[in-house]
Write a protein that binds this ligand. Sequence first.
Ligand code: CA
Length: 234
Amino acid sequence: MNAKVLIIEDELELGELVQLYLSKDGIDSDIAVSAEAGFENMSDTAYDLITLDINLPGMDGFEFLQKLRQKSEIPVLILSAREGDEDIVLGLGMGADEFVNKPFAPKVLVARIRALLRRVRSDLDHSASSSIIFDSFNLSPEGYHLEKNGERIILSTKEFEVLRFLVQNPGTAFSPDDIYQAVWGQEFGDISTVAVYIQRIRKKIEEDPSNPEYILTIHGRGYIFNERKLKDES
Ligand code: CA
């Protein structure tokens, strides 16, 4: 994906780790170690997305976001080390687009960044709806709606979120841990839950759930959405 990301992070090692993972995915990035430095970067470079740490020396992430939103609509993904919903509510109220809690798996962060970039780009492109089409399926990411040949397929919220995560990141294998973290938003949990959800989703979308065509199992690596099933409309 062709994009330029600004990473605002005072822990340089963490910033560099994010940068490394983004570059593996073909996404170019710069690191700013303070909010003030971030604004300086923005004055001479056009970015597509910002990842924003909250606890920063000097101006903190919330203050940065408030100032930023007075002049820019750029997508912002907050990396929050502070647990709890208050941060999320506060950040969303200030115009953040997405949250990832620290500590996070870099692969999950990159997947979220890609999904956010794709979402923003499809919003900009009014000719295309934000639906994702694979075979006779139509998945509407924001509307939590899945149809096959125009017939609604009923999925629970979490089933939908697992499917959406995989569909939005086709061709990448995700371990149950990655999926758990991406959908349930915690680093640790009952990982076996993921396999249960994958089974349920397969029963609803696969012709033969024991011989899946859409969500494939890669032994030792996890699950992958078969990108050959996607119609690339972008
Ligand atoms: Ca920090």
